[in-house]
Write a protein of this length. Structure first.
Length: 395
């Protein structure tokens, strides 16, 4: 039986070549054969993160493990950190910090808004005694389909002359949307294997700046499994402090090759084009994205507000039951109010059209006033007029 693509914002569709690369015979992770996999995988991740300065640490965990590693290696109990809550993922990271005994100063923002850069600036400027040890931001809020201005937050930290570490969740952006670890002065960048890298879940991929590494020498939150220093010490002798997920790392080596062969700019342009087609479909349905303004639109996931009084989750349930296609449900504050179309990773215009068409069928089945073919036509019209960066630039 054929398999439909998934339209959830992770785990994403896997190219066959990547699935095959993950399926390998057992090999000794203390042998040079492992180093031949791991070295290129790390080098590839550095290029995707646009860093030459950071160390890359890869744990056998999901993205959540990367969050935990980011804070437990750099902070001490009672430390103050600054974070915005504007969706389920930023909320969960705050919860993780609180459960580790950190004092989180939370900026509440509407779900659908981005990280409020001006409020970060205000708070950091007012913090004359530098109580705040780390600034947290979620680059792409997967729950609402909102991309935040990470460069802008860096500018706010610098404008305030603040020495805090800058920790960024890039789980649903890295490898699909531009991310500039060095240029943006990101101290810890967190991602996972099952989103932009098109792999199964199972790797927490973390970029660590020299400043974050220095902080790990004095940070006293407990960590063992997630200790950057243990990891880097073992890397220096070509290995891991424990057993690595060798097959996934072999997949990661291929995934970074594939992204770099396509060219990062082309990858970002493809994601933008596919996303724009999806958004045009949404407007053609008479609906709108949860993201409050076009500058916030995510190129990896679109959360779509459905009419008042309608349970958006029904679309997801029905599409799964009737058409065997997976969309994302609304989470937290927007549960029942939005459904999400994930359009990141191994995605093409044609795949996106099938998702848009399926969403239309599901909505029509459920009695929503959606004209069959309206969204598909809007996306077709956009996709027909070119592919890649050249076409985008010409618009
Ligand atoms: C998926 C996701 C996570 C959590 O990652 P897991 O791999 O599920 O632990 C964290 N942040 C964002 C923005 C995500 O999209």
């Amino acid at each position: 039986m054929s398999q439909n693509p998934v339209f959830i914002p992770g785990p994403t569709n896997m190219p066959d070549a990547i699935r095959k690369a993950c399926d390998m015979a057992t090999l000794d992770h203390r042998s040079s054969a492992f180093a031949d996999i791991f070295g290129p995988a790390v080098a590839g991740v550095k290029q995707v993160l646009k860093t030459t300065k950071a160390e890359i640490v890869i744990f056998p965990a999901s993205g959540t493990g990367g969050w935990e590693a980011a804070i437990s290696n750099t902070l001490s109990p009672g430390d103050k950190v600054l974070a915005a809550r504007h969706g389920m993922f930023s909320h969960r990271w705050i919860d993780l910090c609180q459960r580790h005994g950190l004092d989180v100063q939370i900026i509440e923002a509407p779900w659908g808004a981005g990280c409020p850069v001006d409020q970060y600036l205000q708070v950091l400027t007012a913090d004359k005694t530098h109580e705040i040890k780390a600034v947290l931001a979620t680059h792409n809020e997967t729950a609402t389909g909102v991309r935040s201005d990470i460069a802008g937050i860096r500018k706010a930290i610098d404008a305030a002359g603040h020495p805090a570490l800058f920790l960024v969740d890039g789980v649903s952006s890295i490898g699909s949307m531009d991310f500039r670890m060095d240029e943006w002065g990101v101290d810890v960048a967190v991602t996972g294997s099952q989103k932009g890298f098109m792999l199964p879940a199972g790797l927490a991929i973390v970029g660590v700046s020299p400043k974050a590494l220095a902080a790990s020498a004095s940070a006293t939150l407990h960590r063992t499994f997630f200790d950057f220093r243990d990891m880097l010490k073992s890397y220096a002798s070509g290995g891991y402090p424990y057993t690595p997920a060798v097959g996934l790392l072999n997949g990661l080596k291929l995934a970074t090759d594939m992204l770099l062969d396509e060219g990062l700019d082309a990858v970002f342009a493809r994601h933008h084009r596919i996303a724009e087609g999806v958004r045009r479909a949404v407007f053609a349905w008479g609906m709108r994205p949860c993201a409050q303004s076009p500058d916030l639109y995510s190129d990896t996931v679109t959360a779509i507000l459905t009419p008042e009084g309608f349970n958006a989750t029904d679309i997801v349930t029905h599409a799964a039951d009737r058409y065997d296609v997976a969309f994302g449900v609304g989470l937290g504050e927007v549960a029942g109010k939005v459904f999400r179309i994930g359009h990141l990773g191994a995605m093409t215009d044609v795949m996106a059209l099938s998702g848009i068409a399926t969403a239309e069928m599901a909505m029509a089945d459920l009695g929503l006033p959606v004209q069959l073919g309206s969204g598909v036509a809007a996306a077709q019209d956009y996709y027909r007029h070119g592919t890649g960066a050249a076409a985008l630039a010409a618009e």
